[in-house]
Design a protein around this ligand. Structure first.
Ligand SMILES: Nc1ncnc2c1ncn2[C@@H]1O[C@H](COP(=O)(O)OP(=O)(O)O)[C@@H](O)[C@H]1O
Ligand SMILES: [Mg+2]
Length: 369
């Protein structure tokens, strides 16, 4: 007897020492117990708070909502713990972020008597998260800025060098044409870089409609200039369902892919367009997804070296800088496809060619036929 009282008082002391708030309520939300950290977090006087109904305080509604959620998710008889995050408003109006777990309190006959909640003040954790997010953003911005600076400065340097030569040539009354051409080309390149950077970074207002993706693909083919030696063949499954996409944005994707294929093959070769419907349920996590469609743009050009393959979707990665490449084409493609809930993949083998594959979800959209 004396021994069990000892253990009880020992247990209570442990609860008081914990840096976490502990709150126990019964199934009607009546407060059965709280430790001093919980009293501190909730700014309540402990003895007054015990016996109160949590539901009758607006401040504690979020906790009740979590308990209800827990109840719906957890089979009553199994004492299991679940994690939640929430916040309560302090008396001074500040919002206190809380992490907490809920477990059910079960008696020896496995009846649920109530709920045990263990709270942690997440103020510091959130501050750290915020700081980490901020430094990640700054790092990304730094990388982007370095890339932009480099891409703009390159043509500027070339232009300056060309102007030096031009000056000399004009002084000697030699033909300036070639150097004027360099200046023109480099200005165009810088201009395009700026356009593509804007394209890459803008969250353009999307105009999603249910429409024919093959029509979009064919339009892209028509818009890319190619040498007569490059032919385009279609290997299309005509059963492709209408997809839900932004026509201008997807057109941009296909143009970029076809332009790359043309660039890779130079004078002659074959571009193969493919489209197939993939079996149901291959993409996870999209509730209304009822399958996928894969669109392919393949070429029989030189292929991409394995070491380059992992980098091709990175902004500013290019092997064509001497030919006006910006390295933003595929980065833009990836962004657009991901905005559509899809994926873009590449497969390539040296000497045989390259195949880009855009996988888009077939969606039932609420309120649409
Ligand atoms: N079809 C392709 N065949 C071979 N290499 C390709 C192909 N598509 C892309 N690449 C490689 O990926 C790089 C990045 O492409 P992209 O992002 O469109 O930038 P850019 O075309 O401006 O270089 C290209 O420079 C090229 O090296
Ligand atoms: Mg490109």
């Amino acid at each position: 007897m004396a021994r069990s009282t000892h253990i009880e008082s020992f247990g209570r002391q442990v609860l008081e020492c914990l840096p976490s708030g502990i709150l126990v309520v019964d199934v009607t939300s009546r407060v059965l117990f709280l430790n001093s950290e919980a009293a501190r977090i909730f700014e309540v006087v402990r003895d007054e708070f015990v016996g109160m109904m949590l539901v009758s305080h607006a401040r504690f509604r979020p906790l009740i909502a979590s308990i209800n959620q827990y109840r719906r998710r957890t089979p009553a008889l199994i004492p299991s713990r679940q994690q939640f995050e929430g916040a309560i408003v302090r008396n001074d109006g500040r919002v206190l972020p809380l992490g907490f777990s809920i477990s059910n309190l079960v008696n020896s006959r496995r009846r649920v008597l109530g709920y045990v909640m263990i709270f942690r003040d997440l103020t510091d954790v959130q501050r750290l998260r915020e700081r980490a997010r901020h430094s990640e953003m700054m790092a990304a911005l730094g990388t982007m800025a370095a890339g932009v600076a480099h891409e703009i400065r390159n043509p500027l340097h070339t232009i300056r060098a060309a102007l030096d030569v031009l000056e000399l040539r004009l002084a000697r009354q030699e033909d300036p044409e070639r150097y004027l051409e360099v200046v023109r080309r480099e200005i165009q390149r810088a201009d395009r870089t700026v356009d593509e950077i804007l394209d890459y970074s803008k969250r353009a207002e999307a105009h999603y409609r249910r429409q024919d993706i093959l029509e979009c693909l064919r339009r892209a083919v028509g818009l890319v200039r190619r040498p007569a030696g490059i032919q385009v063949v279609e290997r299309l499954d005509q059963e492709i369902p209408a997809l839900y996409f932004d026509n201008e944005r997807m057109l941009r994707v296909f143009i970029n892919l076809i332009e790359n294929a043309v660039d890779a093959m130079e004078d002659r070769g074959t571009i193969t367009l493919g489209a197939e419907r993939l079996p149901l349920g291959t993409a996870e996590g999209v509730v209304a997804n009822i399958g996928n469609v894969a669109i392919e743009v393949g070429d029989d050009g030189p292929g991409i070296a394995p070491a380059d393959l992992v980098h091709v979707f990175e902004p500013f990665f290019t092997r064509k800088s001497s030919r006006g490449g910006t390295g933003l084409g595929l980065a833009i493609c990836q962004r657009i496809v991901e905005e559509h809930g899809g994926q873009i993949e590449v497969a390539s083998s040296a000497g045989k060619g390259t195949r880009f594959r855009v996988v888009l979800p077939v969606r039932e959209v609420m309120g649409e036929g």
